[in-house]
Design a protein around this ligand. Structure first.
Ligand SMILES: Cc1cc2nc3c(=O)[nH]c(=O)nc-3n(C[C@H](O)[C@H](O)[C@H](O)COP(=O)(O)OP(=O)(O)OC[C@H]3O[C@@H](n4cnc5c(N)ncnc54)[C@H](O)[C@@H]3O)c2cc1C
Length: 404
């Protein structure tokens, strides 16, 4: 593994600096501090102030076809249970193992959904077809105009900012240091190796620096002299007024999988409807590549509302309380970037999780820990390697002048 830090069976004595205190940075801090590393998190704003506070918290296997991302999702789903049990001695993390239901509203969609589910079953995903009666029993308010429905019992939901904070508290209890209002501004390089970073609070040295800056990972990698192509992909969510229990699972239209997998920069939308413990429903979802333009656009809200109404006609009489949006960290080949940067020893990346970073966070942290310690990983890290055509914007190393 070119560019990796020296391998060790434990991380004791290894200084790790994590850039970004979002869900990925917090999960990394927790895992690596428990593994014995001396962890420091540098976050330019507050904890979980980036995309982690602007999305939803679905922990899904239902939307992933067989392949490396599904394998990481399955690992993460298993790990979440152990992580939650460990965290429950401290903070209470809102976790709902409510299951997902994917519906197709056209014959073509039904054929595609059935084939997709068959493929997933072959990869170990638990899923079962629901007939019309079963679907009506599971989701009484859902339209009856459905051609096929598949139930995924493993789909769950976690409250992202709460989970990130709890992970960070666990890391702090294991010795991690967290610096908020601390922006990373440049590299510290000696002998061609990254030995730390410049920050707005001064120099910070480390054996391993992990870029976990979410949709800003591209900008951070530019600052460090090893650019990677992470782009923001905007998403908006509508929130209804609190409702009596109406939606009991995460319910979405099968065309959501196509919208996620699309590389089209223009607005993509599909119906995703889910309840929250407090009563409001979250209605999504949209995807658009528009840089960091954070305006909430009417066309996006209209598309989300129209499609949600199609699934749940009852929503026509419900008040919308507010809308919000965020920027998913997007890579053109739709896979996260996890591992060492072969161009700059000492630099690692854990980013690019797009619309699944909450769910995939704990598995990502375990992959990084395994790679750093040399312990065998349950999931192959290779497909997430940094030196992929979709990730490297500059094929050659970008040498930096010694700044130390
Ligand atoms: C509308 C929407 C819905 C979503 N729904 C889901 C879902 O249901 N399930 C799911 O799994 N995922 C979902 N996601 C995606 C998920 O939110 C992201 O994948 C995840 O939050 C990414 O976490 P992160 O830690 O990589 O990034 P972030 O949370 O953005 O954290 C990165 C941090 O880096 C910091 N930073 C940036 N630059 C610097 C710097 N120079 N120095 C120091 N710090 C810096 C930022 O301030 C930020 O806090 C959704 C996203 C959106 C927008």
């Amino acid at each position: 593994m070119t560019g990796a830090a020296p391998r060790a069976t434990s991380l004791r004595g290894t200084d790790v600096l994590i850039i970004g205190g979002g869900m990925i940075g917090c999960a990394l801090a927790d895992r690596l501090a428990l593994d014995g590393a001396s962890v420091r998190v540098c976050e330019r704003g507050g904890v979980a102030s980036g995309t982690t506070a602007h999305g939803e918290g679905n922990v899904l296997v239902s939307d992933k076809g067989p392949g490396p991302e599904l394998a990481l999702a399955q690992l993460s789903r298993r790990l979440w249970l152990a992580v939650l049990e460990r965290l429950s001695s401290g903070a209470t993390v809102e976790w709902e193992p409510k299951g997902g239901i994917v519906v197709a509203t056209t014959d073509a969609g039904a054929t595609a959904l059935t084939a997709f589910a068959d493929g997933q079953r072959g990869a170990g995903v638990r899923c079962e077809h629901l007939d019309a009666d079963q679907l009506a029993a599971a989701e009484p308010a859902l339209t009856r105009d459905v051609c096929a429905a598949v139930y995924y019992p493993e789909d769950a939901q976690v409250q992202p900012a709460g989970a990130a904070t709890a992970l960070l508290e666990s890391a702090i209890a294991a010795g991690a240091v967290v610096e908020t209002s601390c922006a990373v501004t440049g590299p510290l390089i000696r002998g061609g190796r990254l030995i730390g970073v410049q920050t707005t609070r001064g120099q910070r040295h480390a054996d391993v620096v992990i870029n976990a800056a979410g949709p800003w990972s591209g900008a951070v990698s530019d600052l460090l002299g090893a650019p990677i192509a992470i782009k923001p992909r905007r998403g908006d969510v509508l929130i209804t007024a609190p409702m009596p229990p109406t939606v009991f699972h995460k319910v979405y239209d099968a065309d959501y999988v196509g919208a996620v997998g699309s590389s089209d920069a223009a607005l993509q939308s599909s119906a995703v409807v889910e309840s929250t413990r407090g009563g409001p429903l979250l209605l999504g979802s949209s995807r658009r590549q528009c840089g960091f333009d954070d305006r909430i656009r009417p066309d996006s809200l209209a598309a989300i509302a129209r499609k949600a109404l199609r699934l749940y006609p009852i929503l026509a009489d419900v008040a919308i309380m507010r809308a919000y949006g965020g920027f998913r960290p997007y890579v053109d080949d739709h896979l996260p970037v996890i591992g060492p940067d072969p161009r700059l020893p000492g630099l690692w990346h854990a980013t690019g999780h797009e619309g699944a970073g909450i769910g995939l966070s704990v598995g990502t942290a375990q992959l990084i820990s395994s790679a750093l310690t040399g312990h065998p990983a349950e999931v192959d890290i290779a497909p997430f390697a940094v030196d992929r055509p979709a990730v490297l914007t500059s094929p050659e190393p970008t040498p930096q002048k010694a700044s130390q």
